[in-house]
Design a protein around this ligand. Structure first.
Ligand code: AMP
Ligand code: GLY
Length: 433
């Protein structure tokens, strides 16, 4: 079977690594730009968002199955285009991807279906948005409705911050057309958990809960980032919690999509806030989380390809399938370029020892996923803000974390920085039991 992975970040490297691990006999391609993925798949010159070129690659290479990693090609209709040409693809069409690409759409849908989420308003004008922000009190969250590369949500602790955030959206136009519509919502407090389920549009197959670390600095301080690390599972999001979330959150959302005439298949990913009043949806994504995916797939014992094919249109469906997980925990630590998430330098040389690249995983429990690297003249250079996702499994999160940091210490190059406390909430929680 010939499989194309669309995307070239840490999430896509993890997807490729797991698919390849279960099915080394398949032929793998990916959209070029990742030194780690190159060892498992052949790079093709196509930008993930370039629907025309990706579609042409699938036709010319006679690709059997395309796995779409990032949100932008989903929102641009890549899955629709491929299916229209009779090609199997994993991921929702553009209509389903609106759940992520339009926060206004997602909020209205949740409102209609009684899915617990923060109180909100949707605005096209600054004055009305500011009035609603004042109604919410001192604290609120201002969000560009459209895709803004993870930067479109501004958490405001004071009225002045809210005014500043609204200026960013409506006056300075920092998010461009993504902020033509702006969601203003109540600020929620609690611990955040990411919950991912595969769906064929009818059945839901939940993954383990995971937790991202969005802030740049130790102790969850500093600027918001795309994610500085993740771990799974999360003990407070146990099986009964997941079962309830499926009933109260995922099922009504899927029903709401169906009622809009949207046959959603792929990943439903809920960013949840565990408030004192129960879980609330902060956001929906229509793809695997990054770096959550990197912390989940090393724990997955089931055949990922089988699940992705079953979830995709034309597949056998997910009814009767379940995901099997290995015991223990997984921690992934993001090594980022110095300066990230602000302006950062790229082009630094790094050196990942061969035994950390994933081939020795069964002996060491360690695999390094590449997120922003490129090989040039035999050297691996940094190309992005997030560079590596150093991942390890262990009998518990403490052991997984020790292994991940021990691996990081062996990675050469001085262009990288990372948080030193990934998994701290869970490790503290388990200690205090
Ligand atoms: P979003 O893009 O909607 O996921 O928001 C990004 C991040 O902003 C989330 O992971 C939270 O840390 C924070 N956030 C979003 N909405 C809220 C909210 N209503 N209350 C508190 N924090 C929020
Ligand atoms: N880890 C956050 C995201 O993938 O959106």
């Amino acid at each position: 079977m010939k499989i194309l992975i669309v995307g070239h970040g840490g999430r896509e490297h993890a997807l490729l690594w797991k698919l390849h691990r279960d099915h080394p006999e398949n032929d793998y391609l990916f959209t070029a730009g990742n030194a780690g993925m190159e060892t498992l798949a052949r790079p093709v010159a196509a930008r993930p968002v370039d629907v025309e070129t990706v579609t042409a690659v699938v036709r010319d290479e006679d690709v059997d199955f395309t796995v779409i990693g990032p949100e932008a090609p989903l929102a641009a209709g890549l899955a629709d285009r491929l299916r229209a040409q009779g090609r199997a693809a994993f991921g929702p069409g553009a209509d389903g991807a609106r759940l992520e690409a339009s926060k206004a759409f997602a909020k209205r849908l949740m409102d209609e279906r009684g899915v617990p989420t923060a109180r909100f308003g949707v605005f096209r004008e600054r004055a009305a948005a500011a009035a609603f922000a004042r109604e919410l009190g001192e604290r609120c969250v201002v969000k560009a409705s459209g895709l803004a590369a993870g930067k479109g949500a501004i958490v405001c602790g004071t009225r002045a911050e809210a005014e500043h955030a609204l200026d960013a959206c409506f006056v300075r136009r920092e998010f461009g057309a993504a902020a033509d519509e702006v969601v203003v919502e109540e600020l929620l407090e609690g611990e955040e958990v990411s919950l991912i389920a595969l769906t064929d549009g009818k059945s839901l197959l939940p993954f383990l809960a995971s937790q991202d670390h969005k802030r740049a600095l130790d102790g969850d301080r500093g600027a918001n980032t795309g994610g500085m690390g993740a771990y799974a599972p999360v003990s407070i999001a146990h099986d009964a919690f997941v079962a309830r979330a499926l009933d109260d959150i995922f099922r009504p959302t899927l029903d709401g999509l169906a009622a809009e005439g949207i046959a959603f298949s792929g990943v439903l990913y809920a960013g949840l806030m565990l408030t004192a009043d129960g879980p609330r949806v902060l956001e929906w994504n229509a793809r695997f989380g990054d770096p959550e995916c990197e912390a989940l797939l090393p724990l997955l014992e089931s055949d990922l390809l089988e699940l992705l094919l079953a979830a995709s249109p034309g597949g056998e469906g997910l009814a009767g399938h379940r995901a099997r997980w290995r015991e223990g925990a997984c921690v992934t630590v993001v090594a980022a370029s110095k300066g990230y998430p602000d302006a950062y330098e790229t082009g630094a040389t790094i050196d990942v020892p061969a035994d950390l690249e994933g081939g020795a995983f069964d002996q060491t429990g360690v695999v390094v996923f590449h997120a922003g690297t490129e090989r040039r003249a035999g050297e691996v250079l940094t190309t992005g803000g997030r560079v590596l996702d150093v991942t390890a499994v262990g009998t518990d999160p403490g052991e997984a974390r020790r292994r991940a940091y021990a691996a990081l210490d062996r990675i050469g190059g001085d262009g990288l920085r990372w948080r030193t406390d990934i998994g701290w909430r869970e490790i503290d929680r388990l200690k205090s039991r």
